[in-house]
Design a protein around this ligand. Structure first.
Ligand code: AHM
Ligand code: MG
Length: 337
């Protein structure tokens, strides 16, 4: 029976019932998170009206300017999540170190990592932006969270999701049992099930990449993108290029329509080739979602979910999307890199 229109709280509780020994803590954690994203959504929606636009004058650990809304989103999440008793630690793209839950609050058995406002360079142009989150179970000894709790393989995620602040606000999440999408109904202030059991097409017709960097790409990526642009009606080429520059929005579109998103390593500085996107806050949660929807994510030589993280702000190449498209990329990677 279709559950369309069901509110997200009921959905989460139903998911919890699939695990008879569940304590309800993950449910509580997700409820706190949903509340925080509604607050962020409200603020993002009125960004043009109030004095929250513009930069704070600070830079984050990656040397990027921090927009005021990034900071607002970061604080909203932190403040909504620290006292529920479900978490022991949080880590954010906007904070240098992982932050343990303050001692005044009970410590829980989960770790939350998030990118509070991804794609924030787009804020001033009213382009869709998003929040990405990843939840792991605590693995260290003792009550306090430790760095090792954050540095876990993506495959061990308990839940992951994102919220896209677009023409409407949507929350897409998985607890490892399929992917579901909810649209915020502003009239009741609730996320309602609008995209049930999302499955991404096995193959798409879209590629998404910052092709302005093509000169700095590895050989395999150059060759693969050229291949996508060749005409071949049997394999549905040429593909269309769609690139917003806002990962959540690019990922979300490709998840629904099919296609491939590529942010490979670039060799702008040949001494220090690097990916741009962060493993723990961006690549790993989206990889968990895409696999749950039937897709795939890789760095080129490793499945994204099998990477053993070495540091909190680790950057990785990210190739993600429809399974057949990612497998074709993989063939190019193996042949040319
Ligand atoms: P951010 O987390 O600082 O917003 O940066 C990540 C963003 C992604 O949303 C997007 O996919 C990518 O950076 C775009 O990068 P580029 O401008 O190099 O194409
Ligand atoms: Mg980001």
């Amino acid at each position: 029976m279709s559950k369309m229109g069901m509110n997200i709280q009921s959905h989460i509780v139903e998911q919890e019932r699939l695990y008879p020994n569940a304590s309800g803590s993950l449910t509580g954690l997700l409820m706190d998170l949903i509340y925080a994203t509604k607050i962020i959504s409200r603020e993002v929606n009125k960004a043009g009206l109030v004095d929250v636009l513009g930069i704070t004058g600070n830079t984050n650990v990656h040397g990027e300017e921090v927009k005021k809304l990034d900071e607002y989103a970061n604080n909203s999440l932190f403040n909504a999540m620290d006292h529920g008793g479900h978490l022991c630690m949080m880590a954010s793209e906007e904070m240098e170190e992982a932050v343990p839950v303050p001692d005044e609050f009970p410590k829980g058995k989960y770790v939350l990592m998030f990118d509070p406002l991804d794609g924030s360079s787009n804020i001033d142009a009213n382009v869709s932006i998003g929040t990405i989150f990843s939840i792991h179970r605590k693995v260290s000894e003792g009550a306090d969270g430790k760095l090792e709790d954050c540095l876990q393989k993506g495959r061990y995620q308990v839940a992951a999701g994102y919220v896209i602040y677009g023409s409407s606000t949507m929350l897409v999440y998985t607890t490892g049992n399929g992917v579901n999408g909810f649209t915020l109904d502003p009239s009741v202030g609730e996320f309602l099930l609008s995209h049930e059991n999302i499955k991404t097409p096995a193959k798409g017709k879209i590629y998404s990449a910052n092709e302005g960097n093509a000169k700095y790409w590895d050989e395999a990526t150059k060759k693969y993108v050229e291949y996508l642009k060749e005409k071949d009606s049997e394999t549905g080429r040429p593909y269309s290029l769609r690139y917003i520059g806002s990962l959540v929005a690019d990922f979300h579109r490709n998840l629904l329509y099919g296609g491939i998103f590529l942010y490979p390593i670039d060799y702008k500085d040949p001494q220090k080739p690097k990916g741009k996107l962060r493993l723990l806050y961006e690549a790993s949660p989206l990889a968990f979602i895409v696999e749950q929807a039937g897709g795939l994510a890789t760095t080129g030589n490793e499945n994204m979910l099998d990477i053993e993280p070495s540091e909190l702000h680790q950057k990785v190449p990210l190739i993600i999307g429809s399974k057949e498209d990612v497998l074709t990329y993989q063939k190019f990677y193996n042949e040319y890199n």
